[in-house]
Design a protein around this ligand. Structure first.
Ligand SMILES: Nc1nc2c(c(=O)[nH]1)N[C@H]1C(S)=C(S)[C@@H](COP(=O)(O)OP(=O)(O)OC[C@H]3O[C@@H](n4cnc5c(N)ncnc54)[C@H](O)[C@@H]3O)O[C@H]1N2
Ligand code: MOO
Ligand code: MG
Length: 395
């Protein structure tokens, strides 16, 4: 049985490039940028007036002049005017180009205009005030967004400004999520005494939605030939298959043998961890297969611990590691890495993780009470309050 670290290394060494596609920028929120976005012109592209008022040549004011004849009006969106006389002024609007031969803007609030003459009512003004200078925020060719950034509303505004109506993003993988098991019925059905409603597929769909990946789902009964026939087709049609269930030692846990018969190369089966131990991972040249153990918390934690980093690395995202302070002593004897459910609290700016005891990996309702898993390594058995460990958050 391999360790969590070894399993992670194997998975991160078999990432997949899904390619790049070009899509309308407004559809790109949540997607991963696959090009560098540079300024197509200076930011701002001209000396931009930033207050409604009048513009003057500061020297005139410095020489004591307070009354200025109004030469004209410079509106936003109009071509640049030139002030004909350095002792005059032009009315200017926010967003307009600053007229030639002027350098300073005084707000309407500080000016009285009567009979075509603007009188400045204040004594303190600064040269160049209320002008947002050309190129102050960025120069043409400057990198505004680097590659591999997740596009959010902030990036959308920049894309629009530089005229990127089409943008290159990482293609999304085609993912099929499959549950197995004769005991499982649909969400809308009334289960018989010996049945339960299936939940793992929906949890997995939702965990993938957080990564902006939409997926298809299927359910397969515990029948080896049906499994084989369906999976054969899925292997051809999808980049990634996520399974839950049928990977342990039971008489109907056919998945590992079916996958191997279909020539999916096994990379490992079973990881020294709890929960999630019977995890099976393999691949062929076109498809990766993550076969998670069926117990709901096992499926859940393994998707976070293995699929998330695998996908992040595949598309060029940084894998973020987070830690928290253990909030109370924990004792764990088995020689397994322990993914312990915790409730997170922020105390004096530090994240503290308080263990919440559930009833094992079948107790999916306990996930509602926790926020994350704290990862307690298997090189010791006693973990002390105040020690720091990695966490995997799911909210
Ligand atoms: N003899 C042994 N038995 C088991 C071992 C072992 O090492 N030796 N490992 C245990 C561990 S740990 C886990 S985890 C489970 C994994 O079992 P499988 O992956 O084979 O999953 P199933 O047998 O199909 O189901 C297990 C459990 O999970 C429920 N389940 C499955 N799919 C769903 C679903 N889509 N939604 C909700 N619940 C689901 C299923 O009803 C079972 O209760 O094996 C242990 N046994
Ligand atoms: O993965 Mo199993 O759920 O360790 O209990
Ligand atoms: Mg089983």
């Amino acid at each position: 049985m391999i360790s969590v670290r070894e399993a992670n290394n194997i998975i991160l060494n078999s990432t997949q490039d899904f390619g790049v596609e070009e899509i309308p920028f407004i559809k790109s929120v949540g997607r991963i940028l696959k090009e560098v976005i540079t300024a197509d012109r200076d930011f701002p592209p001209f000396n931009r007036v930033s207050m409604d008022g009048i513009c003057i040549d500061f020297d005139a004011f410095k020489n004591g002049q307070r009354d200025f004849k109004v030469e004209g009006i410079q509106a936003a969106g109009s071509e640049q005017l030139s002030m004909q006389n350095a002792k005059n002024c032009i009315e200017v609007m926010t967003g307009a180009v600053l007229p030639n031969n002027a350098n300073t803007v005084i707000r309407y609030e500080d000016v009285t205009i009567k009979n075509g003459i603007a009188t400045i009512n204040i004594d303190l003004i600064n040269e160049n005030q209320n002008v947002h200078p050309k190129g102050k925020d960025g120069k043409v060719g400057d990198v505004l967004i680097s590659e591999n950034k997740i596009i959010s509303a902030a990036e959308i505004g920049v894309l629009a400004t530089v005229g990127k109506s089409l943008v290159k993003v990482a293609k999304l993988p085609k993912v099929m999520i499959v549950s197995t098991g004769d005991e499982l019925v649909g969400v809308d059905e009334i289960p018989l005494e010996h049945q339960i409603r299936r939940s793992n597929v929906f949890t997995l769909v939702s965990l993938l939605e957080r990564l902006n990946i939409s997926s298809e789902t299927a359910h397969i009964i515990d029948d080896k030939s049906v499994l084989k026939q369906k999976i054969k087709r899925f292997l051809k049609e999808f980049d990634v298959l996520l399974f839950s269930g049928a990977v342990s030692k039971g008489k109907f846990d056919f998945l590992p043998e079916v996958l191997e018969e279909l020539e999916v190369e096994k990379r490992f089966h079973k990881v020294a961890q709890r929960p999630g131990k019977p995890f099976w991972f393999g691949e062929n040249k076109d498809c990766k297969v993550f076969a998670f153990p069926g117990n709901p918390i096992s499926t859940f934690v393994n998707c976070l611990a293995y699929f998330y980093p695998w996908y992040s690395k595949s598309v060029g995202l940084e894998i973020e590691e987070e830690t928290a302070i253990l909030g109370e002593d924990v004792s764990f004897k088995p020689n397994l890495e322990y993914f312990l459910q915790v409730k997170l609290e922020s105390k004096y700016g530090h994240l503290v993780a308080f263990p919440i005891k559930g009833n094992g990996s079948g107790d999916l309702a306990s996930l509602v009470k926790t926020d994350a898993f704290i990862q307690l390594p298997n090189d010791k058995t006693e973990f002390k309050k105040g020690e720091v460990f990695s966490i995997i958050r799911y909210r």
